[in-house]
Design a protein around this ligand. Sequence first.
Ligand code: GLU
Length: 305
Amino acid sequence: MADYNKLLEEIVQEIKPIIGEGKVAGYIPALAKIDPQKFGVTISTINGNTFSIGDVNEKFSVQSISKVFTLTLAFSKLGEEIWSRVGREPSGNAFNSLVQLEYERGIPRNPFINAGAIVITDILISLLDDPYAELLDFIRLLSGSEDIRYDAKVAQSERENGFTNAALVNFLKSHHNIKNDVEKVLDVYFHHCSITMTTNELSKSFLYLSNHGCIPKSKHNILTKSQAKRINALMLTCGTYDEAGDFAYLVGMPGKSGVGGGIAAIIPNELSIAVWCPALNKKGNSLAGMKALELFTTKTGMSIF
Ligand code: GLU
């Protein structure tokens, strides 16, 4: 069994100088106050080991990483039918872009840009009796932690400033790609983005994606093998905004980032890894987090390629 403790220490030493470099997401005021010096990494292996370093027990806003959970839940319930309402191509545009949605007539490029994630949220509202509670229960199941909650302040802060998301949902509605009330869709969307987790919880919650759709510890089947492959393919091509090409090039793992500064990524049959450092690069990915993942795959020689 690999002992990743020494490796994590080495990685931290090397990236120390850049921790805090970049900018904390300022467009959600509740996130702008987070200390940019925070940094944590957790590795969870499918055979049950955990290795971690730094601020790994501190909750942070997972933001867009939650889109992996909503997509998984919708995909597990509805299967291929979801692709009639959202595409599977990288967007090459900013995550909250309106332009592309207009010329593609209300079918978002992929489920990880905001417009696509909003459509997935709408699908879940139609499928679930209580989307707020059922989504939390689902993430509790994935992470093995009961302590998964919404951050009401962050959801509220986003609601008060979410004019672009409001424009997206209204535009989607005008193209009949939103079935529920737009206010309800936005509220569920902002809530799932506000979920707080630690890197320990986040890395555990991604293990089903390294293990062909099955949670290794509980043996709970979340997705079929083929569906897990497809979610990983989407993370690789669309999971890190319009930096997915560079992420594949530099890191070489399927991963999903969020503007809270978290990134979760996996190596099939081996492990999942979650990093958190709130200061973001120009594309909206954690600057030090991305470097830490790059060092991880470079030093271990592991990657999906
Ligand atoms: N809640 C954020 C938004 O809709 C998510 C952004 C992100 O993490 O990519 O703008």
